[in-house]
Design a protein around this ligand. Structure first.
Ligand code: KIV
Ligand code: NA
Length: 264
């Protein structure tokens, strides 16, 4: 199979071919995801929780992200690799550029940053220097202490309007993908129709251009709280390859996420 690139993903939005993404943190799982046809791999800072056993993503460092990105890269043949910028590794534009460069040299093809309007200057700088950016909006777990917990975002009209405004602003700044976490299904639909770049959702309903889940969540081996948007695919006697294949199939056929995985 041909390597998946940013152009592939942009074309998939136009073709209404749903984009499949899973998190991975090592070479072996990455290889199995390739075999199962997962198009994008996110080296998420969720590794703080599912790999390191931390109770949030805040302790994760850029060195941790580089280590896991390099491992994923070595196991990858054709998926598009996106790596998270860790907490406070992108609080200033020049610092963000230096740290994004580390992730790209470790093997990422795109970096992901959590935040809204304030990221515009940073996204512009990275974009101008040839680094593709995914902006993560809605529930941004690095801000858990500011939110006072992991809560659905964009529920009021005002919050929904702000999310729309910020999305368009970040696309204008150069964001190539927008990822929405835990927002109402209807808002996920509106945003995905309004922005010209691919949208990826997690707890954002079935209308985003693609879906992502955390590996450990979708294999049913999450130690902690299981969010409403999660589905365990390692069921019905499947092995791990088959669980990934089932995920790809259900996302492509609009079977997952179902109503029960979304927010009103
Ligand atoms: O770190 C991560 O796994 C993520 C996804 C939940 C989108 O950012
Ligand atoms: Na993350």
């Amino acid at each position: 199979t041909k390597p998946v690139t940013l152009s592939t993903l942009k074309q998939m939005k136009l073709d209404k071919d749903k984009i499949t993404m899973l998190t991975s943190y090592d070479a072996s799982f990455t290889n199995v995801m390739n075999v199962a046809g997962v198009e994008c791999i996110l080296v998420g800072d969720s590794l703080g929780m599912v790999i390191q056993g931390q109770d949030s993503t805040l302790p994760v460092t850029i060195e941790d992200m580089c280590y896991h990105t390099a491992a994923v890269k070595r196991g990858n043949t054709n998926a598009f690799i996106i790596s998270d910028m860790s907490f406070m590794s992108f609080s200033k534009p020049e610092q963000a550029l230096d740290n994004a460069a580390k992730l790209m040299q470790a093997g990422a093809s795109m970096v992901k940053l959590e935040g809204g309007s304030w990221l515009a200057d940073t996204i512009k700088l990275l974009s101008q220097r040839g680094i593709p950016v995914c902006a993560h909006l809605g529930l941004t777990p690095q801000s858990v202490h500011k939110f006072g917990g992991y809560r659905v975002q964009g529920k009021s009209q005002e919050a929904a309007d702000l999310l729309m405004e910020e999305s368009l602003e970040l696309v204008a700044a150069g964001a190539d993908i927008l990822l929405y976490e835990c927002i109402p299904t209807e808002l996920g639909k509106k945003l995905s129709e309004a922005v010209p770049v691919p949208t990826i959702g997690i707890g954002a309903g079935p209308h985003t251009d693609g879906q992502v889940l955390v590996l450990h969540d979708m294999l049913g081996i999450n130690l902690g709280h299981i969010p409403k948007f999660v589905k365990n695919f390692l069921t019905d006697g499947r092995n791990i390859t088959q669980a990934f294949e089932a995920y790809v199939d259900e996302v492509k056929t609009l079977t997952f996420p179902g109503n029960e995985h979304g927010f009103k």
